[in-house]
Write a new protein. Structure first.
Length: 394
């Protein structure tokens, strides 16, 4: 498909909606972490598990989604995943205790695992290579918008109708997005079901990507970028709802409106990558994230908002570039390559997001900034190594 074709526009919109639904469901609990601490009498680190168990189970499920997609198809698997995840989010809103909440959130993450890798693979197979980065950027823009609406919606609604109703409403919105997705997305033209391929085939495909290519540098970069990004947003709420800031739940939720910058940044990064190269755009995105984190160290609310905005811009630009690089570097078994990237990406979110609770409890915000800057420093090293590797191979 090319941009001149109506199928391209339908596919782009459908996958935009799938990204929107995935991230709004996954991250709608993030502004609620302080609320969960009060409602269930738990620590910040324990509260962060409502997000971490989802991201970790999503990461693991992605490995199973790739083989299933080879057998049953891309379109059907994404629709089933969105449908089940939306229902589980509604169920989590009526969970009677913290244990049930975590079980439902883990199941929700597992069902969401059927979306990201399969969506990326669909794009890599169906979109012309010269226009892939732009299409991938639009998909990531859907992620950004979904993350923003999920966070703001639940944050604001919680103040007026309570967190349970807020989560239920978010699930209902994403049920509608799932229906729109299945109606809009054209059937695959370059994919044929491959039946039972066997465990050996899948293990060999994953091993080839891990040990015989430059992809591990992309995987490491994705894990560290996501880990740093989620950690900042997990604990910003605890900082800003406490003195001297004393944000209300609505104010904290509105902080996530900075995600709108991620929508534009991801699309722009995709276009720039096609024009000037990923090896230039990715380091620039990481530097932007680091600058934003440093700005959050101040006690000025406007400067903190600017810092979080820069963090968001840099993250979504970097993620759009890194995820697009997977499709270009993987010459075969792209579904397996995408699943490994997203495994690392979401494991980074789950592990770092919860580990950040220890840094918060021990050193408050200076501990969080030090932890995230250390991760981004390693990510920069991996990105520069990858750029040099690709330049030599050109």
């Amino acid at each position: 498909m090319t941009r001149a074709m109506p199928e391209y526009r339908r596919a782009s919109l459908a996958l935009f909606l799938s990204g929107f639904a995935t991230f709004s469901l996954l991250y709608c609990v993030q502004p609620l972490l302080p609320v969960f601490s009060d409602a269930f009498g738990i620590t910040p680190a324990s509260s962060s598990l409502s997000l971490s168990v989802s991201t970790i189970s999503l990461a693991i499920a992605i490995l199973f989604a790739a083989p299933l997609a080879e057998r049953f198809g891309r379109r059907e698997l994404i629709f089933a995943a969105l449908l089940a995840s939306s229902v589980l989010n509604i169920a989590a809103g009526i969970a009677p205790d913290w244990t049930v909440m975590l079980v439902l959130r883990a199941l929700e993450g597992a069902t969401l695992g059927g979306v990201p890798a399969v969506a990326m693979t669909y794009l890599a197979e169906e979109i012309e290579p010269a226009e892939l980065a732009a299409a991938m950027g639009l998909y990531i823009a859907g992620n950004a918008l979904g993350g923003m609406i999920g966070r703001i919606g639940c944050g604001v609604l919680t103040e007026y109708v309570g967190w349970r109703a807020a989560m239920g409403l978010m699930g209902a919105v994403d049920l509608a997005a799932a229906v729109a997705f299945i109606v809009l997305l054209p059937r695959s033209r370059h994919f044929l079901p491959r039946g039972r391929l066997g465990a050996r085939y899948h293990m060999t495909a994953w091993a080839n990507h891990l040990f015989r290519s430059a992809l591990p540098a992309v995987y490491l970069t994705g894990a560290l970028l996501m880990g740093a990004f989620v950690t900042i947003f997990n604990y910003a709420g605890y900082r800003l709802t406490a003195p001297p800031f004393d944000f209300s739940q609505t104010q904290q939720g509105l902080l996530f409106s900075v995600y709108i910058f991620g929508v534009g940044a991801s699309s722009l990064a995709g276009i720039l990558s096609d024009r000037i190269g990923r090896q230039r755009v990715l380091p620039a995105g990481i530097v932007t994230m680091m600058t934003g984190i440093l700005l959050t160290m101040t006690a000025s609310v406007p400067v903190i908002v600017i810092g979080i905005s820069l963090l968001t811009i840099g993250f979504f630009a970097s993620h759009a570039v890194a995820s697009g690089w997977v499709g270009r570097l993987a010459k075969t078994d792209r579904g397996h390559a995408s699943s490994l990237y997203l495994l690392c990406y979401y494991m980074g979110a789950g592990i770092a997001g919860s580990a950040g609770g220890w840094f918060w409890s021990s050193w408050r915000w200076p501990g969080i900034t030090g932890f995230t800057l250390a991760m981004l420093t390693v990510a920069m090293g991996a990105a520069l190594w990858l750029a040099e590797r690709v330049r030599r191979a050109a």
